[in-house]
Design a protein around this ligand. Structure first.
Ligand code: S3P
Length: 428
């Protein structure tokens, strides 16, 4: 990943645009690459996210024996009869989702596997998956007693389990589901707040039996035969679209229509908060393929401060962009119960508040969040993304109001390669 710079100039006008090329959903694309390995027939994926993170997951599928054919539109993934022990390390790049889900998938497969990633991923905590996987018999080691990659997995037979997760994390849940379906008996998993549920929806769509009971326990039934293949068009990513939702909400008299977004309720909470701040938002469901998919229309309004302390797992990825809206909104806003932000692609609490401070915004920092004193205007600054795609893109959106020089922006390619192209569209 090379280091690049982005110079954003102030947008002196309103915009009204329809955007139909928001980056495809990252979570669903990762899962397409991985889950296609659980079938015995080829999967066909349209609109796969061609970002670095998800292409890394696809490369790993190939190293495990899958045949990947790409005609530029559809990616055909033909799984091997049996996953093979790779002759090299498996590089997840910048992707926590890649590493944590593959850890769960590979823990139940015979063979030796090494998962690694870039310097940012190698500094992120992995015990949240390695601990529960070890407790069901997985042989996993890594730096700091299995907390930091590179991780070495010696896959094999796993025990069934009943695990109440201390964190609401779709990555942990998915890793455990992927381990559980390889078992001989039912396993059970519980989280306090339902985290994004693409894994349950997609695997069930492929023929698995993963049942969320009324008491919150997820019943994971072992696979008795290979799953049906996937045949889907990946919808656009609501967390990528959200940068432009914020742009429309803060640039006077602007309006944006964001097309073909997943409207999965576990993914659109940030839009609900933006609505609470005063923005006018309409959701138009168009179809349902594993999940509801449709358009989101966002219109400018004079925003008011807001308090965010609930349903954090449903908006965790959007908090950096939401903090820009909070800085613009009049009055105080705060985010609490969001300690998870500290272990994302960067420490997002410190990345957000320190960069906002450079833009002249006052704040208070807490271990689990921050308070932003909004409405006093933002000024142009030179900020650093800390290698974090969502920090780079959030401050690019702030730059539409005041101009911004952003250092270290190559990371944008991990999730949203055409971000700058869409940003340019707002100027037309
Ligand atoms: C993801 C889950 C979330 C999210 C990440 C993608 C996924 O992480 O932040 O960008 O695809 O499962 P956690 O589940 O660890 O909170």
């Amino acid at each position: 990943m090379s280091v690049k710079e982005l110079k954003i100039t102030k947008l002196d006008k309103s915009f009204g645009v329809v955007v139909d090329n928001i980056a495809s959903d990252k979570s669903i694309s990762h899962r397409c690459a991985m889950f296609s390995l659980l079938s015995d027939k080829p999967s066909y994926i349209k609109n796969f996210l061609r970002g670095e993170d998800t292409m890394d997951s696809l490369k790993i599928a190939a190293l495990l024996g899958a045949m990947i054919e790409d005609d530029g539109e559809t990616i055909k993934i033909t799984p091997p009869k049996e996953l093979k022990e790779p002759s090299d390390i498996l590089d997840c790049g910048n992707a926590g989702t890649g590493m944590r889900l593959y850890a769960g998938l590979l823990a139940g497969i015979d063979g030796s596997f090494v998962l690694t990633g870039d310097k940012y991923l190698r500094s992120r905590p992995m015990k949240r998956v390695t601990d529960p996987l070890r407790s069901i018999g997985a042989k996993i080691d890594g730096r700091e007693d299995g907390n930091k990659a590179p991780l070495h997995i010696r896959g094999g037979k796993l025990k069934s389990f009943k695990y109440h997760s201390p964190i609401d994390s779709a990555q942990v849940k998915s890793a455990l589901i992927l381990a559980g379906i390889k078992g001989d008996e039912k396993s059970y998993y519980k989280e306090d707040l339902l985290s994004r549920d693409h894994t349950e929806r997609m695997l069930n769509g492929m023929g698995a039996k993963i049942i969320t009971n009324e008491d919150g326990w997820i019943e994971i039934n072992p696979l008795t035969s290979p799953l049906n293949p996937l045949n889907l068009t990946v919808p656009a990513d609501p967390s990528s679209a959200f940068f432009f939702a914020v742009a429309a909400a803060i640039i006077p008299n602007s309006k944006i229509t964001l097309k073909n977004i997943t409207l999965n309720p576990t993914r659109i909470e940030a839009y609900k908060i933006l609505e609470k701040m005063g923005a006018k938002i309409t959701y138009i469901e168009q179809e349902n393929l594993y999940e509801p998919i449709g358009d989101i229309v966002v219109e400018y309004a004079s925003l008011q401060g807001v308090e965010v302390s609930e349903n954090i797992a449903w908006l965790i990825d959007e908090l950096p962009a939401l903090s820009i809206a909070m800085a613009v909104a009049s009055g105080e806003s705060y985010v609490r119960n969001a300690k998870e932000l500290r272990v994302k692609e960067s420490d997002r609490i410190s990345s957000v508040v320190n960069n906002l401070a450079l833009c002249g915004v006052d704040f208070e920092e807490y271990e689990d969040g921050y308070k932003i004193f909004g409405g006093k205007g933002l000024k142009k600054a030179t900020i650093n993304s800390n290698g974090d795609h969502r920090i780079a893109m959030s401050f690019a959106i702030a730059g539409l109001l005041c101009g911004m020089d952003i250092e270290d922006t190559a990371c944008i390619d991990t999730s949203f390669p055409n971000f700058v192209e869409i940003l340019e569209l707002l100027k037309d």
